[in-house]
Design a protein around this ligand. Structure first.
Ligand code: G3D
Ligand code: MG
Length: 177
């Protein structure tokens, strides 16, 4: 059993649902801190993970509507332990090529931190333009978990953050931190 404070990032194009996922996950109980100089919001939530019941305080960093601007990003990326890389299942380019671009940009700042690939808006079944199989295949090459979510309906939202917390924790323990 241990206690950890881990910084995790929400990455992905504008309007894929990053902020909605965080709000659904955090529900009523959140502390929010807007960092004007970096242009991001920081949310905090405690979760427990695994059989050892490790206690993790997640510090969740969300780009506040400036996805296209890169100039502020070094402080955003600094010290991150992991990231949810989110795309919109109804808008193909948010998956290909943009997911790769987000991962590349992040890793250029952080090294190969663990990520989870998230296909969001799974509730919009008829508008879907990314096949689950293609996203799964891509995630196998990273490698990283792939999870389909609906921030609107709450489907798999807790699971997405737990999956990320788990891979972040594994990585921390491997490093012996
Ligand atoms: P962002 O933070 O990545 O920019 P937002 O994205 O969380 O602001 O969401 C962008 C829009 O997508 C919002 O619509 C939001 O309600 C919608 N959205 C987010 N997640 C889902 C989802 O899982 N399903 C559906 N159907 N819509 C979703 P508005 O109209 O409020 O701008
Ligand atoms: Mg947002």
């Amino acid at each position: 059993m241990g206690t950890y404070k881990l910084k995790c990032l929400l990455l992905g194009d504008a309007a894929v649902g990053k902020t909605s996922l965080i709000k659904k996950f955090i529900k009523g109980s959140f502390a929010r801190d807007y960092k004007m100089t970096i242009g991001c919001d920081i949310f905090t939530k405690d979760i427990t993970i695994g059989e050892g019941q490790d206690l993790i305080t997640l510090s969740i960093w969300d780009i506040a509507g400036q996805e296209r601007f890169k100039f502020f990003r070094s402080s955003f990326y600094r010290g991150a332990a992991g990231a949810l890389v989110v795309f919109d299942l109804t808008r193909y380019p948010t998956f290909n090529p943009n997911v790769v671009n987000w991962i590349r940009e992040a890793w250029s700042h952080t090294g190969r931190i663990p990520i989870c690939l998230i296909g969001n808006k799974a509730d919009l079944v008829n508008m879907r333009s990314v096949r689950g199989n293609d996203a799964q295949k891509f995630s196998d090459t990273v490698p990283c978990p792939y999870i389909e979510t609906s921030a609107k309906e709450g489907q798999n939202v807790d699971e997405a953050f737990s999956a990320l917390a788990e891979v972040m924790l594994q990585t921390m323990k491997q490093k012996g931190v």
